[in-house]
Design a protein around this ligand. Structure first.
Ligand code: MG
Length: 399
């Protein structure tokens, strides 16, 4: 079986209401739907970030991918990753990940096996997901969103927990002042005393603010599962961690192999959030998790507005990774639609692992055409801006 074609289709799917974060707002998600075809006529699907850069990267990757057996993902990663030090020929990790995803989907379909089976088998049948809580602007029609206070966020948390059955809660911070967000965390803790609780200010705080807020959490007995990226870079995280006995997690300062050794030496983080895209795909995440296991670093999973194909990939990876014990992140409940024919449904705060061949999801190509139209109309979603603050440019730390 050999790959004879590789293509990508960009799509944009809106959010129910704009999600706020430290560096702007997320009004939707732009993704690249990757499709490979084999000489046997098998179609494999993958997903990556969207936009013009990705289309260029796919064209760059094409000569190295055509002719490969979809099962030979080690060769694929070597071919595409070996040039990672060169600006001219490198194929970014996020694109390598999407191509590898499509390869294993095709291989799984050809073999009649789910992707988790190709990753070593599933350890669990369901993958728990955290309730991702964002401060939101109101939707255009004014009916959805508008959370800008502790009380409003607690109401939102109750709504999501009742609707989807989430056990873990994650507050996206870095939006209001640290003291206002502290009140949100305090109230969430009060309303959900037994829920694992996380707070992610996306490096909006200085080291001093991180230490001040951390000490206040400890003083007030507010138990966090972890504090995620309170401040910027391995050094800043290390300084906060030395000063406060709260586990720190990251998807910002330890996101590549180059950063693993210094991050471990400096004891900058307790939990590394894996990512099916950032780290380059299934194989690379399995290597990351092996290193984390060796150094007793916890493993969770980051989300960046994935649609159903990448969500399936996250579920297969999490299901086949024994030490990935933290509820994974997902934006799924904030997106208005999906491009797979049977969108995922949360059951008691978890996704059920698909058992069908490949990724176990089918693409709805009419939906792809619809949201490709939206991409052409509106272009790539820019998350590094804030419509309510014209001319504002994100810079960290904010507080
Ligand atoms: Mg984060």
């Amino acid at each position: 079986m050999k790959i004879v074609n590789l293509e990508v289709i960009p799509v944009t799917v809106p959010m129910e209401a704009p999600l706020r974060w430290s560096m702007g707002i997320e009004t939707g998600t732009t993704r690249g739907i990757i499709r490979i075809t084999t000489d046997d006529g098998v179609i494999g699907i993958g997903e990556t970030y969207g936009g013009d850069g990705v289309e260029h990267a796919i064209e760059t990757a094409k000569p190295f991918v055509l002719g490969l057996d979809p099962l030979e993902t080690g060769v694929l990663q070597h071919r595409l990753g070996v040039f990672r030090v060169s600006y001219e020929t490198s194929v970014p990790a996020i694109v390598r990940a999407g191509i590898e995803m499509a390869c294993l989907d095709a291989a799984g379909k050809a073999l009649g096996r789910p992707v988790y089976s190709l990753l070593g088998g599933k350890i669990r049948d369901r993958v728990e997901t955290a309730a991702y809580l964002f401060y939101r602007y109101r939707s255009k029609n004014g009916r959805i969103g508008g959370e800008d206070s502790a009380k409003a966020m607690v109401d939102r948390a109750h709504e999501l927990v009742e609707k989807h059955g989430f056990r873990s809660l994650k507050l996206k911070g870095g939006v209001l002042t640290p003291d206002e967000e502290f009140e949100t965390i305090r109230l969430l803790r009060e309303h959900f005393p037994h829920s694992p609780l996380r707070w992610d200010p996306n490096a909006a705080w200085s080291v001093e603010t991180g230490i001040r807020i951390g000490r206040r959490l400890l003083r007030d007995g507010i138990d966090l599962q972890y504090l995620e990226d309170p401040t910027w870079n391995l050094e800043g995280m290390s300084q906060v961690r030395k000063a406060v006995e709260i586990p720190l997690a990251t998807n910002m300062c330890l996101i590549s192999y180059d950063q693993l050794a210094p991050g471990i030496r400096m004891r900058s983080v307790d939990v590394v959030l894996s990512d099916v895209h950032y780290w380059g795909g299934f194989r690379e995440n399995q290597r990351l998790i092996a290193v984390c296991d060796a150094f007793q670093i916890g493993v969770g999973m980051h989300s960046d507005r994935e649609l159903g194909i990448s969500t399936a990939a996250m579920i297969h990876l999490a299901a086949s990774s024994p030490s990935l014990v933290y509820a994974i992140d997902s934006h799924y409940h904030d997106q208005v639609d999906d491009i797979i024919s049977q969108p995922f449904v949360y059951q008691q705060g978890a996704f059920t692992v698909p058992d069908g061949p490949g990724l176990g999801v089918e693409v709805d190509w009419d939906k792809v055409a619809k949201y490709h139209g939206l991409f052409k109309q509106e272009g790539q979603v820019n998350e590094f801006y804030d419509r309510n603050r014209p001319g504002w440019v994100p810079a960290l730390p904010i507080f």
